[in-house]
Design a protein around this ligand. Structure first.
Ligand SMILES: [Ca+2]
Ligand SMILES: [Ca+2]
Length: 179
């Protein structure tokens, strides 16, 4: 079977029996006519709430970048939009994230608020793995300075993410769950 990158929709023509891969189509674009086949889309992104579809590597995501808030306020805001703070789990995702946020300091969707040293991802509540920790954190981080660093940002100039006080204000990215 052929793999099509960034294919989030397809047309099936029952006369020819052929599938045609397609990209994401939003509600403002016209759907293909029925003569072309039946249209299927595997990805929905409500662009009326400021979200837009971003593609990176083999992933398509529904995201919005928002202005500085504290971690709790940013977290609440994402939840009120039916989304979560974007969880950045690979170096490739981190590069994409830095592009999105324009290299500003930005919240990453994970924290160790509940249990010191146990970082939990916002997207699925899973604990950060050891390899994620090694790949993502800058050298010497996380260091929980003053016993008061339970939230995580990327900050330009650092080669990796770092733990910091949750009361700081940083830009953030809300991600809509894949559906
Ligand atoms: Ca901590
Ligand atoms: Ca730190």
């Amino acid at each position: 079977m052929t793999k099509y990158n960034n294919c989030t929709s397809f047309l099936f023509n029952s006369n020819s029996g052929l599938c045609t891969p397609g990209a994401y189509i939003n509600e403002k674009q016209p759907l293909p006519s029925s003569e072309e086949g039946d249209f299927f889309q595997s990805f929905y992104c409500d662009t009326s709430k400021g979200f837009s579809v971003k593609a990176y590597l083999n992933t398509t995501a529904c995201l919005v970048v928002l202005a500085k808030k504290t971690y709790a306020a940013a977290d609440n805001d994402c939840q009120s939009r039916g989304a979560y703070l974007m969880s950045v789990k690979t170096v490739e995702q981190l590069n994409f994230f830095v592009n999105l946020t324009g290299s500003r300091s930005a919240w990453i969707g994970c924290d160790d608020i509940n249990q010191e040293g146990k970082f939990v991802w916002k997207d699925n509540g899973q604990m950060m793995t050891n390899s994620e920790r090694v790949n993502l954190f800058a050298v010497g981080e996380p260091n929980d300075v003053g016993g008061d660093e339970d939230c995580v940002i990327f900050y330009t100039g650092n080669r990796g993410i770092l733990d910091t006080q949750c009361t700081g204000r940083h830009v953030y990215v809300c991600e809509m769950p894949y559906r």
